[in-house]
Design a protein around this ligand. Sequence first.
Ligand SMILES: [Zn+2]
Length: 281
Amino acid sequence: MGKCNICGKSAGLFRKQHKACLIQLREGIVKIEQKLADFFDNVKHEKSEIDLIQSQCLLPDIIVETCYENVYSQFLDQFLDDGLFESAEEDKLVEYQSHFELSISVLNRNGALDKAVRASILRDLINGENITGRVKISGNLPFKLMKSEELIAVMKNVKLSEQRVHTEYKGKSSGLSIKIAKGVYYRTSGFKGKPIKNLSMDYIDVGLLALTTKHIYFASKIKNFRIRYDRIVAVKPYSDGVGIQKDGVSSKPMIFSNIDGWFCYNFLMNIDNYQTSEVQK
Ligand SMILES: [Zn+2]
């Protein structure tokens, strides 16, 4: 006799779960996500209500935690779709986290919390406000930062590729963006369905990428370098990466992938207008 993997009671021969248990579990998820979404409609259910549904519907912690992150992520995306992440929207997400007593690991299992931090960095960058002091690093970084620069973001497992020499990079109709004025901001929706196509690229290595107030750094086993922002002449957006062209005739276009293209693109398009001296504090 098999045991039901939801209620733990006998489920009958060759069965992994009771149909009724599965239905109840699915209903529980819907109910919880609905109650959590109410928070953004200013209907604040208590955490105890969520806990009650969890126990009634026999939901494992991991599923409930996923619900918490899903709803958070869904509203974050909604906030980002209509333009810059407003302070009031950010406050709402912070309030959600504290109201339901959610730990960082719960909200960041799929990176929703990190995405919110990046969104707030972009907003402050574009608005000319201070963007430093948001990244927490455990352990040492393989970069030697200059005294006058500060770390803004670090990304792991970033793939570096180079455009092959014989392929034409400039002047392609596929959307090479030339750096222009201050305050360029592309919405998240503009990045959907624009993945990097590996066709004319040579994969180089995978490593750590860091963005500071002055440079982009890359460190891997075979390649270590930094590029000053004012030496970047073009930035190309992808959903899962960003392409950059450095000045100088011999430099090949580089593509960093397996990263948040929306953030990196908007960051690189705006960072060279960032003047530490102009920022208060
Ligand atoms: Zn059951």
